[in-house]
Design a protein around this ligand. Structure first.
Ligand code: BG6
Length: 500
């Protein structure tokens, strides 16, 4: 079922099984997203949640957590939480699944969940394959009596390199068919990420200039001012390339640079994204060193507050070699983008939180304005601001009022908040959960897509795996190490400084 653009208001009857129910992701993202759907009347009345996790809780403790995790929950959420059940147990244990099956049968009987299942893997990634296999062994990979579907939602990280992603896919595919699998990347649920499609394919003016003839370079920035918070232990095993570039950056890049799809459904959109990712140049490990910068934050100041360095964070080794910043110079080798540098960067503890895509256009072939007249003129740039202050701005030259003829760059701004009054679900989870419940896979990541994204980043992981691995350092509160400037300076380019 594909109905991108017009999701039905209410979900079909179903029981959701949440593995990792006592975890951080459940508490920060999944339960608040469910509460949002419940309180906005978007969940079926025939719906309930069964939590599964190793933490020794009972039903009541899970319910208390589900209330505590949701600030300002409405009455619908409170009533729904009364139904929640909880299974405490190991993911590898038969007992866990025996109990789960009893509770699923009870859900069908008590809440008419109609044999439909949505299994959500929000566990540690090491348990993904194990849980999928156990579900299949217990025949939970097919709908219950009279049901229409059994779906599996899988969180990130999906593998830690190409080899492990392929192995995970093989294990999961033994248990579920690809069309039952919904791999989440919460960036795809963001309104402004989806708006890239609207901007490009619902307007006639942009598409003709969206190519190498007009675009000189593309910059994608995912900057965070936060550090690793309480996730130091996890982050030590990940680093910025795995945590952000392989997934969020690749998704934004694919939507920005792909060819127009012939339909706005799961197959057409994902086919185009994969085609684009297939065209991203895969460097040799030597080239990868030359085309990348990896760095880690030292102590510094953000918004006049002193913050500590990465190696001093909780759960982080004092000798850690993990990168918290990555900059890459990519190429897309197809007719549309050949020769256009695609610069991407992401980092923690940068001056402020901002995600944006900037297309910088070629300068005019001949500038009739001399130095003094045009000193403040910059190339035309179209900036898609993903977050915060979501919007789009076009930067162009305008005459400065007055007798002297001077031109200067100005911006024409569209802001989401001033054009649309509705409250937006900015973190993406409610939208994605709703889509998974309705069986719309358009915004989820297909197997070939996730593997290709790993194929692109793998050479960097390999190139950096030597001790020291070319790790640089930057002070918290700056835009990264100086050497990242040189990555662009070589081609006469410079990073933008995104506005707060
Ligand atoms: C997550 C990463 O996927 O995305 C985090 O694991 C990161 O490290 C987060 O902070 C950023 O998401 P957002 O929606 O705040 O941009």
């Amino acid at each position: 079922m594909n109905h991108y653009g017009s999701p039905p208001e209410r979900t079909p009857p179903l029981a959701m099984v949440l593995f990792g129910a006592s975890g951080d992701l459940t508490s920060r993202k999944i339960l608040p997203a469910l509460a949002n759907l419940a309180d906005n009347g978007r969940l079926s009345e025939n719906f309930t949640v069964i939590g599964v996790a190793r933490t020794v809780w009972d039903d009541e403790q899970f319910r208390q957590a589900a209330l505590a995790d949701v600030a300002n929950a409405g009455p619908t959420w409170r009533a729904l939480v009364e139904r929640f059940r909880y299974v405490a147990g190991e993911y590898a244990s038969q007992e866990t699944f025996d109990r789960l099956k009893v509770l699923l049968a009870e859900a069908d009987a008590n809440y008419k969940t109609a044999g439909n299942r949505l299994y959500y893997l929000a566990t540690v990634p090491e348990a993904f394959a194990m849980v999928a296999e156990a579900l299949a062994k217990e025949n939970c990979n097919v709908p219950g009596d009279g049901g229409e579907f059994a779906r599996l939602v899988v969180e990130k990280p999906y593998g830690r390199d190409l080899g492990s992603a392929i192995a995970l896919d093989e294990a999961v595919h033994k248990a579920f068919n690809e069309d039952q699998i919904f791999r989440i990347d919460h960036y795809m649920g963001k309104e402004t990420v989806q708006n890239v499609l609207a901007l490009r394919f619902a307007n006639a003016v942009f598409e003709p200039i969206w190519n190498r003839r007009y675009v000189e370079q593309v910059q994608i920035t995912v900057a965070e001012s936060l550090g690793v918070e309480h996730r130091g232990g996890f982050y030590e095993t990940a680093g910025a390339l795995r945590d952000i570039v392989q997934n969020h950056v690749m998704q934004v890049l694919a939507l920005t640079l792909m060819e127009p799809p012939t339909g706005m459904d799961a197959r057409h959109i994902r086919d185009e994204k994969v085609k684009l990712l297939n065209a991203v140049d895969i460097p040799t490990p030597d080239e990868a060193v030359d085309k990348s910068v990896r760095a880690q934050y030292l102590g510094g100041e953000i918004d006049n507050v002193a913050v500590s360095g990465y190696r001093q964070e909780e759960g982080v080794s004092p000798e850690s070699e993990t990168e918290t910043y990555v900059a890459l110079r990519l190429r897309v080798e197809n007719w549309r983008w050949a020769g256009v540098p695609i610069y991407v960067r992401t980092g923690k503890r940068l001056p402020h939180r901002v995600t944006e895509v900037a297309l910088q256009f070629h300068s005019v072939p001949f500038l009739a304005f001399d130095g003094a007249m045009s000193r403040q003129l910059r190339p035309n740039t179209l900036v898609l601001r993903i977050q915060p202050q979501e919007g789009i701005s076009l930067h162009f030259g305008a005459k400065v009022p007055g007798e002297a003829f001077r031109v200067q760059s100005v911006a024409m701004n569209f802001e989401y908040a001033s054009s649309f009054q509705e409250t937006k679900e900015t973190d993406g989870y409610p939208r994605l959960l709703h889509d998974a419940m309705n069986g719309d896979a358009t915004l989820f990541i297909r197997s070939d897509e996730v593997q290709q994204a790993w194929r692109i980043v793998d050479p960097y992981l390999q190139a950096w795996s030597e001790p020291g691995g070319g790790l640089h350092f930057y002070n918290a509160g700056t835009w990264g190490p100086h050497i990242a400037e040189l990555l662009l300076e070589r081609s006469g380019d410079a990073w933008r400084t995104p506005t707060p």
